[in-house]
Design a protein around this ligand. Sequence first.
Ligand code: NAD
Length: 501
Amino acid sequence: MASSSLPLFKSLVRGTGAATRNSATKTYDLISASTGKIRAQVEMASPEAIQAAISAAQEAQPRWYRDYSPMERSKVLLKAAQIMTTQAEALAHLETADTGRPIQETRAEGPGAADCLEWFAGLTKCMGGGQHMELAGGNFGYTRREPLGVTVGIGAWNYPLQSAVWKSAPALAFGNAMVFKPSELTPQTALRLADIYEEAGIPEGVFSVVLGDGPTVGTSLVQDPRVSKVSFTGSVPTGRKIYTQAAHDFKKVTLELGGKSPLIIFDDTNLDVAVTAAMVANWYSSGQVCSNGTRVFIHKSMHDAFVERLLERTQQLIIGDPMNDTTDIGPVVSEAHLQKVQDYIRIGVAEDQAQLVYGGQRIQAQGQQPLNPQGFYMQPAIFTDCTDSMRIVQEEIFGMVMSILPFTSEEEVLQRANDTTFGLSAGVFTKDLQRAHRMVAQLQAGTTWINTYNLAPVELPWGGWKHSGMGSENGVAGMESWTRMKSVYVEMNDIQSPFSC
Ligand code: NAD
């Protein structure tokens, strides 16, 4: 039973109609990934609160766009970046409490979010139409780049702060307002972000956070006719639903969805570099990274040495309390997700000739070190002798399940790497630069890496191909995603009548 002393998280709606935000609604429990115990409660946004958030955004947006020049919006976002930096440690603690990701990982989230705010603070100053055309008869035309209006952001649970900032920083930079719904599992950093924006000087109503589940709260946001854009990060099935619902009002949609990415390691790669790449691409964040390279294509000639070294190093990882500075791998986010990953490991064991050569078990201790028995801890799982058609090779598991797939030639591995419905990312390791560039030019993925993996600096656009999504976030492309163009024709003479009278 939850005790009344537990923290209670509520939606943050300021501005028009905000008084309605506390109307009675359901609450649900948040469970700690490291102890399995109830750690807080969340009040679901009521229908009135959702309406209030959208009304507040609708009222605030025109003023945010017209009364604040790009230079002024830029200064506010820079201030938010500054506050974000000073709060990085506190944000890391909130993120670890919500996700179970190790604190040594989540310490990167605040600085990463600050980078994103700074990037868009710079880019908003370049917000212009970019075209001035001389037209017939001494007339001329120009284009204006304008905000979309009221936008909605919906985030996933694995990188909650990143989801919230990658959506809201560009939305706000280009003069939009946003109502953001974090995942029901991870509300805390989005709420803190709303406070940071307020402290930085963003007017009330421009950014609100509503809490709750997808089917009720998320759907209401997506279906509201006042919303002009939905930016979503999450699974393919939810992305498909959102795309369909948003089509009714022809809303703009950005979808950042799942993946099953190839990591391709050629035989000119140093063995330890190859193993580091596979570990980074599979074990970071307990494997809960959309772009993970879970299909590890390793050149046949180095397969055995690679597997041996990978096992040796994976065994040395410290699995433990995510709040400990030395922990490499924390628990997975929830019991339900742990069960999903465990189910896939059972499927892998039963499938074809695949060999589970390491791990995969739920654990209550690592060596002599006990772990909280109610926590959602598991060992990474390594499968060898995989074939391309296996379910563990084709389907997104979103956990620490690595499939090792030997290959012999460049043409063969390229065809096999692209043989998937996903197209989020891909990595190539080789010292042969020509081969590397040849490969990335043919890989069907929105982001590719040469001799590294899983880096996503804000300077480059991020977005999936095929079933991994549509549109992109970040980069200069971020301006395109959050604005629309208007053409202006200027007549320099009296208008001529085409009629007879
Ligand atoms: P999910 O699809 O279950 O939920 C994502 C969000 O959508 C949550 O906030 C949820 O409440 C909301 N939602 C659910 N149903 C909805 C509906 N009908 N209408 C509106 N909103 C709804 O995904 P998840 O389990 O939270 O996240 C894991 C998935 O996210 C994985 O597939 C992962 O690959 C993907 N992901 C992708 C990226 C990327 O950048 N491409 C980044 C992180 C995570």
